[in-house]
Design a protein around this ligand. Structure first.
Ligand code: NAD
Ligand code: MN
Length: 484
């Protein structure tokens, strides 16, 4: 990294790196029945920092016998946890939330080191939302009678197998664990293989908060470990967040069993800009929609529809704004665009960049933007002149790559926006409340943002239509997945 980045006005820009002086062990075990244990599989793998390719630490890979052990621990704990008074459960969740706040800085640093996202995001978005999720669900523990209309005696489901992706490692863990515990279930959670460290840190927090052993078990490993877990006969509920491809495999594996299944899958969400929108705000919304977390966001606004009359002006301003985004060291507090999570993901994104060019679209990025020598990087990019049938307009890229298209009428905007196998989120930018309302009711998307994008709240249910998944997470609706 250059010592100081030169801005156009000639002012030097001093680096502002967050320190990395947090404790990281040389090796981690699996968290089963309230203790860290060595994997019976005797296999281990490394977690690396994607911004410099350095090994951070070694983690255990859970094999079939380890999955058995974790599910057994969760089963045993379920007998008492499910009968623990709701007020006591609430106290545990509240205590966990407080401890997350107290250890927030450490969690943010570790999230950024292990996953590559800018510290600005892990510090100001991920970790606060993680604490919020535990606080919010603490409040539900003794009010579950009012969670599902007509069900005055809701019961926990049992042992929950939870498998999560790498884009919001800690947040996805909180979204899964907090409602499960609030409803009296026990958990075996498997984080993604590239980002296990903050989930293991969460295990330390559970231990500090004296959560009874076995209530939450955290087992690390890759897809095979996940498969053993979701296919385990001792599991009552499967909650999966990840790709549509793996989601379909899990749905097939669970079909015909008594397991309750929820799936939060991929997306290719539209962000729709009308000519009457506040353009500067809309530009910021597009930035937040596609370049937040390097575009590793299931609900990213990756298809931009701009009303034809303002297309050229909008694209010109977007280009200008994009060139101001700072790419580099994720631990630097000035950084807007961090590292791509893994080499695999970078290769996937690069293949889409080639594909877009071959499909005849026009690639725009700021080639003056220097990329660090080590690590996995992709400049913020948008394509103009994209055909609606192009692969870059239809398939999830899961990177900082936006496809720009146009429309002439609200009717055409709805038709094009809904023309997707996915239906996770949508953004609408307009000055007219009535137009926003009409659009929102006709877009097939689980979440519709008006004049904003990528805003999350524990009280607001999140989830998709069509190939974006089954079920909702968060809010009152999210509790249904964890109750009988
Ligand atoms: P992925 O499906 O490859 O992996 C997700 C998790 O599943 C990982 O922990 C992985 O180890 C595990 N896994 C892999 N194969 C498995 C199998 N056969 N059985 C059980 N578990 C298995 O997805 P990814 O690349 O890690 O994440 C990116 C995807 O996640 C994107 O498609 C994104 O849209 C989606 N996502 C969706 C949401 C949502 O809420 N809808 C949120 C975040 C990410
Ligand atoms: Mn990592």
């Amino acid at each position: 990294m250059p010592e100081a980045l030169q801005s156009e006005s000639g002012w030097a820009y001093a680096p502002a790196p967050e320190t990395t002086s947090i404790t990281i062990e040389d090796r981690y075990g699996l968290f089963i029945d309230g203790r860290f244990v060595a994997p019976r599989s005797r296999r281990r793998f490394d977690s690396i920092n994607p911004s410099n390719e350095e090994t951070i630490t070694s983690i255990g890979e859970a094999g079939e016998a380890d999955v058995d052990r974790a599910v057994e621990a969760a089963r045993k704990a379920f007998r008492t946890w499910s009968r623990t008074s709701p007020l006591v459960r609430a106290k545990y969740l509240y205590r966990i939330a407080r401890r997350i706040q107290e250890r927030a800085r450490e969690l943010a640093i570790l999230e950024t080191m292990d996953g590559g996202k800018p510290i600005r995001e892990s510090r100001d978005v991920d970790v606060p939302l993680v604490a919020q999720h535990f606080f919010y669900h603490a409040g539900w523990c003794d009010k579950l009678k009012w969670a599902i209309p007509g069900n005055l005696d809701p019961r926990p489901v049992g042992v929950c197998a939870q498998v999560i992706p790498w884009n919001f490692p800690l947040m996805m863990a909180a979204w899964k664990i907090a409602p499960a515990l609030a409803c009296g279930n026990t958990v075996v959670l498997k984080p993604a293989e590239t980002t296990s460290l903050t989930a293991l840190r969460l295990a330390e927090i559970f231990d500090e908060c004296e959560l009874p052993p076995g209530v939450v078990n955290i087992i690390t490993g890759a897809g095979e470990t996940g498969r053993h877990l979701v296919e385990h006969p001792g599991v009552d509920k499967v909650a999966f967040t990840g790709s549509t491809q793996v989601g379909k495999r899990i749905a097939t594996a669970c079909a015909g069993t008594r397991k309750k299944v929820t799936l939060e899958l991929g997306g290719k969400s539209p962000n729709i800009i009308f000519a009457d929108a506040a353009i500067d705000q809309a530009i910021e919304g597009v930035v937040a929609g596609i370049w937040f977390n390097q575009g590793h966001v299931c609900c990213a606004g990756s298809r931009l529809f701009v009303e034809e009359s303002i297309h050229d002006e909008f694209v010109r301003r977007l280009q200008h704004r994009m060139s101001k985004l700072r790419l580099g060291d994720p631990l630097d507090k000035n950084t807007d665009i961090g590292a791509i999570n893994s080499r695999d993901q970078l290769e996937k994104i690069n293949a889409y960049l080639d594909c877009g060019v071959e499909e005849g679209a026009c690639l725009n990025h700021d080639s003056r933007q220097e990329l660090p020598e080590k690590g996995f990087w992709c400049r913020p990019t948008f394509f103009t002149g994209v055909q609606p049938a192009a692969r870059i307009a239809r398939e999830e890229i899961f990177g900082p790559v936006l496809s720009v298209m146009t429309f002439r009428t609200p009717e055409e905007a709805i038709e094009r926006a809904n023309d997707s196998p996915y239906g996770l989120s949508a953004g609408i930018w307009t000055d007219k409340g009535s137009k926003a309302f009409e659009m929102a009711s006709r877009l097939k998307a689980g979440i519709v943002w008006c004049n904003t994008f990528n805003k999350f709240d524990a009280a607001s249910p999140f989830g998709g239509y069509k190939e974006s998944g089954w079920g909702r997470e968060g809010g009152r609706h999210g509790l249904a997945a964890y109750l009988k």
